[in-house]
Write a protein that binds this ligand. Structure first.
Ligand code: F6R
Length: 247
């Protein structure tokens, strides 16, 4: 695992965006696995800036997002589809036909999971998968548990995840309790994984992910078994890691 120490959130975002831009330049038809949440916002801002100022070209790229809340329509401001539109898709030259996210308001949840897996098989493998990490070690919404699922599935969000993500919902608004998530199979078969983390709150879980046991109790620890993982994290998030591991 390659671990890149960034000075702060902005530096983390710029370095991680640089790796994505290099991937797109090297393979213009790249299949990019994308994440939502607060961690990737700076990356998306940087990619938009490079698209506008330097002509970074996404026209032939394809994207698959990790997850979506069950029950939310794509135009709901809390949906991940909406997040992606607002923060990336509306501002770069990705072809709308090439953008894929599990459909939160689908009529048949099981069929939606199968559809997404068929799509991942047809388009995949993912060239570069961007990941954040939950405070409990989740990646996508693959939550800690007795077992992990290789396939796209519908998951009951853990209390830790509900608490962490409540900030994105208005007070009094009902937060979804379930989400669709890509499984560990598609993540682990991605050619390259880029995991980002920022802030002191992520320090303990980042150490467990990198230095702890490989366990379903910390889904991100499975990435120790992946052959091409780059972690880009800021000083605070890496504060509990031995200095000799850092680049
Ligand atoms: C979101 C996702 C989640 C987040 C994680 C960290 O698509 O897959 O695993 O990456 O919950 O969220 P933030 O970045 O908000 O701390």
């Amino acid at each position: 695992m390659r671990i890149i120490l960034a000075a702060d959130y902005q530096d983390m975002s710029r370095r991680a965006a640089g790796l994505i831009a290099a991937q797109v330049a090297q393979k213009p038809t790249s299949l990019l696995g994308l994440a939502t949440g607060s961690s990737p916002l700076g990356i998306y801002r940087q990619l938009v800036a490079w698209h506008r100022e330097e002509g970074l070209d996404f026209s032939r790229c394809r994207t698959v997002n990790l997850d979506e809340y069950v029950g939310l329509t794509p135009d709901s401001p809390q949906s991940y589809a909406y997040f992606m539109q607002q923060n990336l898709f509306d501002h770069v030259n990705l072809d709308p036909r090439n953008l894929h996210i599990p459909q939160g308001d689908c009529a048949d949840p099981l069929e939606e999971c199968r559809r997404y897996d068929r799509l991942l098989t047809q388009l995949g493998p993912i060239d570069l998968q961007l990941l954040g990490i939950g405070l409990n070690g989740h990646i996508g919404f693959n939550e800690p548990g007795e077992s992990l699922n290789a396939d796209t599935h519908c998951v009951a969000l853990s209390q830790s995840t509900m608490d962490a993500n409540a900030r994105f919902f208005d007070p009094g608004q009902q937060m979804p309790t379930h989400a669709y998530t890509m499984g560990l199979g598609a993540i682990m078969t991605a050619k390259r994984v880029l995991l980002i983390a920022s802030g002191a709150a992520k320090a303990d879980i980042l150490r467990e992910m990198i230095c702890g046991k490989v366990t379903t109790a910390v889904p991100a620890s499975l990435l120790q078994l992946h052959r091409n993982v780059t972690v880009v994290a800021d000083r605070e998030a890496l504060s509990r890691l031995p200095a000799e591991l850092l680049e």
